[in-house]
Design a protein around this ligand. Structure first.
Ligand code: ARG
Length: 577
């Protein structure tokens, strides 16, 4: 029950290994001319110093009878083996996949605990589009990793500690708690932060108060902590608004901000000291991980404790590693954080490994991503030149989707329209983020992301809704066709079935490369294959009742894979639109 390309690779592997005299990968890939091709003979021939076509022939001789799954094998070009599956194999695999809850997707053979660190906005600061990217990408990875059987722990490492809190708390006191809470509660986080910074820079008296306040905060003064809690509470209230609008999984239970590691900071210093890694540099306590240098080729330190005794961002990230490995018991740590923090995370990892906190077979992976650009190809900014307010951005997405649906489906009820518009508007924003390789920057373009054509969420959602409407029109319950083994007489039916079976590999490619865009590309191909099937093959007016049921089974399978695939991306699929 898997991608047929994997089944055939498994069947060919012994033959390849026999010819190679060692374990050898058949390198099975999709093909233009056949269903698949095995390319392994080329590299193997080079290694053995013989003709690739001869190697391919030897492999086929050794493989024996494959007629239960393959209708033909043909050696082509320099030595590829073209593979064509039998229709009955594809049909049966499709039916099997559809009778499994996972729709044919293999579960992990190495299920373990994974921490995904994502979203992580900063208290009393507006979430920016970088946090949007982290939130959307991280959430998709959480869903996909859980789907294949991992135990996933979400952690929202919000910036809720450090020196700026002195000035933020003093500003809160100046405003009066109620006024401040109101300002933060309506999401004017940036305004609040800027006012505080302005006072800090403009008044020595305020600066002194702010500095004293930091000391009180770190000393655990109850009144100060209460004020700090207000700041955190009002900010997270605003973050939660964005999360619920975005349909992401994050809740208050996932909050694991910098402040949560306070008690672990001193142990970090002590353990580094005991390990003999801590050094003094310019009055600060630092570690020099191997292989990191500055522009002048001098060793680059990771600062653990500053001269004034204060800890650093890096210190809490080291505490984080310890906590995730030792308390949570995670073996894979994922950090969905923008590319500019690459060196920071690499240095944290290097130090954690030197200290022995991250055993060799444990993975710490930076899931990096590029920037969101405006149409001018510069960092996306609001018209006034400020950071874009995410809550209003998402509201605008829903408004625009509402207009689009009103035009497309004027008869839809008000209530349905509101729900569907939410799924489409938010889906469009998320999909435009997820569908390009995350490492690249992407241009935020309302018209493109909300278009019903092309590689967009609305196009995929529409393919799904269209299938739902076929069943509605036929007044047939989708469940009734679920056990039907489709007949694959037409090439378009066959291509669609083969595509449905590739959901397995698409999911695994997304997971193995931590790249949601792989799933997007797959779903776009699925929708395209469905469209050409549907244009080519009559479903409700098929020549026979049997053919109709078979084609309805393909429709249902397409819709289920589409809905599940979108769900792995955190995008919902309405039944009508
Ligand atoms: N709060 C940070 C920021 O806004 C991101 C934190 C990412 N996670 C971490 N463990 N360092 O840039």
């Amino acid at each position: 029950m898997a991608d047929p390309l994997i089944s055939v690779a498994e069947r060919l592997a012994p033959a390849f290994s026999h010819v190679a005299g060692r374990p050898c990968d058949p390198v099975v890939r999709p093909s233009e001319r056949a269903d698949a091709q095995a390319n392994g003979a080329l590299a193997l021939a080079k290694e053995l110093g013989v003709q690739p076509r001869d190697v391919a022939q030897k492999v086929l001789d050794a493989a024996g009878d494959l007629s239960d799954i393959l209708a033909s094998t043909e050696i082509a070009g320099p030595g590829f083996i073209n593979l064509v599956f039998t229709d009955s194999f594809i049909a049966q695999q499709t039916a099997d996949a559809m009778s499994s809850a996972q729709l044919g997707v293999r579960t992990s053979t190495d299920a373990h605990k994974i921490v995904v660190d994502y979203s992580a906005p900063n208290v009393a600061k507006e979430m920016h589009v970088g946090h949007l990217r982290s939130t959307v990408i991280g959430d998709a990875l959480v869903r996909a990793l859980s789907f294949v059987g991992h135990t996933v722990v979400r952690e929202n490492h919000i910036g809720d500690w450090g020196t700026p809190f002195g000035m933020l708390i003093e500003h809160l006191i100046d405003l009066g708690e109620e006024n401040a809470a109101h300002e933060l509660g309506v999401g004017d986080l940036d305004g609040f932060y800027k006012q505080a910074r302005g006072k800090f820079e403009g008044s020595d008296e305020f600066k002194t108060r702010a500095r004293n306040r930091v000391v009180m905060l770190q000393g655990g003064d109850e009144e100060t902590l209460a004020l700090w809690r207000t700041l955190v509470k009002e900010s997270t209230r605003y973050f939660n608004k964005v999360y619920s609008q975005l349909d992401v999984l994050l809740t208050d239970d996932d909050l694991m901000g910098e402040s949560a590691y306070n008690d672990l900071l001193l142990p970090v210093v002590e353990r580094l000291h005991t390990a003999g890694l801590l050094q003094e540099s310019d009055g600060a306590e630092v570690v020099f991980p191997e292989g990191f240098t500055n522009r002048d080729n001098e060793p680059l330190p990771l600062i653990i404790r500053k001269g004034d005794g204060g800890y650093n961002y890096a210190t809490s990230d080291l505490a984080c590693v310890i906590d995730r490995v030792e308390r949570i018991g995670a073996r894979t740590l994922l950090y969905v954080v923008g590319s500019p923090q690459a060196q920071h995370l690499q240095m944290v990892e290097a130090v954690a490994r030197m200290a022995g906190w991250l055993p060799e077979n444990y993975v710490m992976n930076h899931v990096a991503f590029g920037s969101v650009l405006g149409s001018d190809r510069k960092m996306l900014k609001s018209r006034a030149g400020d950071t874009v307010k995410l809550a209003s951005l998402l509201d605008e997405a829903v408004e625009r989707a509402t207009l689009a649906i009103a035009e497309k489906n004027p008869s839809m009820s008000h209530e349905d329209r509101a729900q569907v518009a939410h799924m489409i508007g938010i889906g469009a924003v998320k999909y435009s983020d997820l569908s390009t390789d995350r490492i690249k920057d992407y241009i935020f373009d309302w018209d493109r992301m909300l278009s019903f054509e092309g590689n967009t969420a609305p196009y995929l959602q529409y393919a799904h809704a269209r299938i739902c409407s076929i069943f509605r029109r036929a007044e047939i319950h989708r469940e009734t066709v679920r056990s039907v083994v489709p007949t694959l007489a037409d090439l378009k039916e066959r291509a669609l079935a083969l595509r449905i079976l590739r959901f397995d590999s698409a999911t695994w490619e997304m997971i193995d490369t931590l790249s949601p865009h792989k799933m997007c590309t797959y779903l776009f191909d699925l929708a395209s294959d469905f469209t050409s099937f549907y244009e080519h093959c009559s479903v409700l007016k098929a020549e026979s009742e049997e053919l109709k049921m078979s084609r309805l089974a393909l429709c249902d399978a397409t819709a289920r894979v589409m809905e599940q695939g979108l769900a792995l991306l955190g995008i919902r699929a309405p039944e009508q639109m």
